[in-house]
Design a protein around this ligand. Structure first.
Ligand SMILES: [Zn+2]
Length: 384
């Protein structure tokens, strides 16, 4: 796979960086011939087009899937040249469809040098994990940790660059809220997932590398970038953004931190439940129904509602369709055929187990009763 030298075009406040990509031999499915990223000109300022680091990270898994060396006429981070073989070994251990491939850079590798202090950013989706990380570092006494920018990118599901409206609506909704907190939303878009999806490379497997690629386009602006963890160390499995691999995607000038994987989701939820910005903006739902941020019926919604019911703040949340803003019979008046969809596997059961533990230790017996019932139904189902 050959990544040519990119070109950059600045239009007003936006910058588009694009590069031609040749796949030899041709992929068994149709792939785009150009990879592009569109980002704010302010953070792209100073981008060295010979630095192929972001493009190499973006296309590493497609190249591994196609078992093709990655060629670039440019150079890439020396630090990554040491860690990417480890990253490739881990991913190929997770999936036998992925083979480690050589990375061949015409201008070799370079130890990148920071020319300014660099800001601190965090990935942000308005979910529990990203609100938790933001709150932890929003007012940190040290500027070396204080988050000033939130990356909300149109780089993969649930959004697609060809249908930007839902993404743009989310930007419109979140940007003023973040601004009030003194945080700038970074709106970055790319067609990178078009190189993965046709190869059946799932978003759950590729999102860590694609996120790191996006972060490194802004590397000279950021010294540190947080990726909020999705899962705690109790519950780890092959997943694109992982405490083993994310830190290995750092360069000499931008450290990537996979944040708060020592905590269960329930603990993060309780820690942010009294924070007014999230009452109007918390978005945990996979389905993003029209007119509301959360459907209130899917597994993620239900376990979040049950967790919040163990705090005094459930009634303040405006983003769940709750009857009288309280946890009552109506909230859980879910059709019986849907019960079995709430816990489908051990993985999802472990999240509900965390909620049960919280409900028991905080003396919320009604919640404990409901979760026990859900877990019993799941066990009955899998045991026949
Ligand atoms: Zn939902």
């Amino acid at each position: 796979m050959l990544i040519h030298t990119p070109t950059m075009e600045i239009k007003g406040h936006r910058c588009r960086v694009q590069v031609k990509v040749d796949v030899h031999p041709a992929a068994p499915v149709s792939l785009p011939d150009t990879l592009w990223f569109n980002l704010p000109a302010s953070v792209a300022d100073g981008l060295d087009l010979d630095n192929a680091t972001p493009f190499l990270l973006a296309l590493l898994l497609p190249a591994m899937y196609l078992n093709q060396p990655l060629h670039t006429p440019g150079w890439y981070s020396e630090e990554l040249s040491e860690s990417l073989p480890v990253v490739q070994t881990i991913f190929s251990g997770w999936s036998n469809m992925l083979k480690p491939v050589p990375i061949l850079a015409g201008k070799g590798v370079r130890a990148m040098k920071r020319v300014n202090e660099g800001m601190v950013g965090s990935c942000f989706s308005a979910g529990v994990d990203s609100f938790y990380t933001l709150r932890q570092y929003l007012h940190h006494p040290s500027p070396a940790f204080r988050i000033s920018h939130a990356l909300f990118a149109l780089i993969g599901p649930p959004f697609h660059h060809s249908l930007p409206q839902p993404y743009e609506e989310a930007v419109q909704r979140m940007s003023p809220m973040l601004q009030k907190l003194g945080v700038t939303l970074l709106d970055i878009r790319s067609n990178v997932y078009d190189f993965c999806h046709p190869l059946q490379l799932s978003w759950t497997m590729v999102h860590g590398l694609i996120t790191a690629a996006t972060i490194h386009f802004m590397g000279h602006s950021f010294q540190k970038f947080f990726i909020p963890s999705s899962y705690s160390f109790h519950n780890l499995f092959p997943w694109g953004s992982h405490p083993l691999t994310d830190p290995l995607l750092s360069t000499e000038i931008t450290r990537i931190i996979h944040h708060a994987f020592h905590l269960p989701r329930t603990e993060k939820t309780v820690a942010i439940a009294d924070w007014p910005p999230i009452w109007q903006h918390l978005n945990v739902c996979l389905y993003r129904p029209e007119g509301t941020l959360n459907c209130g019926q899917c597994s993620k919604c239900i376990r979040t509602i049950l967790t919040l019911a163990c705090t005094p703040h459930l009634g303040q949340f405006k983003t769940f369709p709750l009857q009288n803003n309280s946890l009552g019979e109506t909230t859980l008046a879910i059709a019986p055929e849907q019960w079995q969809n709430l816990i489908k596997d051990e993985h999802s059961a472990s999240f509900f187990q965390e909620v049960l533990h919280l409900a028991q230790t905080s003396n919320h017996s009604q919640v404990a009763q409901w979760v026990t019932m859900l877990l019993e139904r799941y066990r009955c189902l899998i045991n026949g």
